[in-house]
Design a protein around this ligand. Structure first.
Ligand SMILES: [Fe+2]
Ligand SMILES: [Fe+2]
Length: 243
């Protein structure tokens, strides 16, 4: 296994590890995002067992001990399994997560007290880079779920939203909704709930120019349209489940 690096927006690096054994023959990627600034932030820690690979990839960009923030979308192994390994490597780093996730899991599981982010609260990385935390409870799964939005470049770190199979390019302008629908059909990874459409449309109102997928390529283009189409598909699934 190797972890490949690509800059998908100015100062935002995608670290991608392809695992062909998951969902063969297409395989599956696990992506972390390193955002540079005076206070660098890593979004997703990677699986605990993937830590040596991801640490080595980060080290090709910055000294890992410079990391200031460790953030992720929800409490799950691929999102945050290596949080304590990162806290050990980076002595000034803090984990940052939404209120629910800190109260339910991270206050206990993280080796240092995390920073609790309220819905809409921003982390300032310096150098004009701010990241806003937005609660998306249960979407696509996890009571504590949320996303981070980088305002300067219009990049939505959207975690498991738009999950797709395969090992595509680092950055694509090809549509990402169809592949996400196919992955949902295969995995059923989302907690279908009546709030899905409205929560995802709230993200569309940000009009992101880049969608940074945790499992799939990053998408450059009309992020609002993609999010609204995804919201429509979830609404359809919820109606079908209730019918
Ligand atoms: Fe997940
Ligand atoms: Fe994930």
């Amino acid at each position: 296994m190797e972890t490949r690096i690509a800059e998908v927006a100015p100062g935002i690096y995608r670290l991608s590890t392809f695992v062909p054994e998951i969902a063969p023959p297409a395989g599956f990627t696990f992506n972390q995002f390193l955002l540079l600034g005076d206070e660098p932030l890593l979004f997703h820690t990677g699986l605990r067992r993937m830590f040596p690979l991801v640490r080595e990839a980060v080290a090709r960009i910055i000294p890992p001990e410079r990391l200031r923030w460790i953030a992720f979308g929800h409490y799950e192994a691929d999102e945050c399994g290596a949080v304590n390994e990162w806290l050990a490597v980076a002595p000034h780093a803090e984990a940052a997560h939404g209120h629910t996730g800190c109260l339910v899991s991270l206050n206990d599981m993280a080796d240092r007290t995390p920073r609790m982010l309220a819905d809409g609260e921003a982390i300032d990385l310096g150098g004009g880079r701010r990241l806003r935390w937005l609660d998306t409870p249960h979407i696509p799964h996890g009571w504590d779920a949320g996303v981070l939005y980088e305002e300067a470049s219009g990049t939505l770190l959207c975690g498991d939203l738009f999950t797709q199979l395969g090992d595509g390019p680092a950055l694509t302008e090809a549509e990402v909704v169809g592949p996400a629908i196919a992955a949902e059909d295969l995995f059923g990874f989302s907690s279908l709930n009546p709030g899905m459409g409205s929560t995802i449309r709230r993200l569309a109102d940000l009009s992101p120019r880049t969608l940074a997928l945790m499992h799939g390529p990053s998408f450059a283009g009309d992020g609002a349209a993609a999010l609204r189409a995804l919201a429509d598909d979830y609404d359809r699934r919820v109606r079908a489940a209730l019918a």
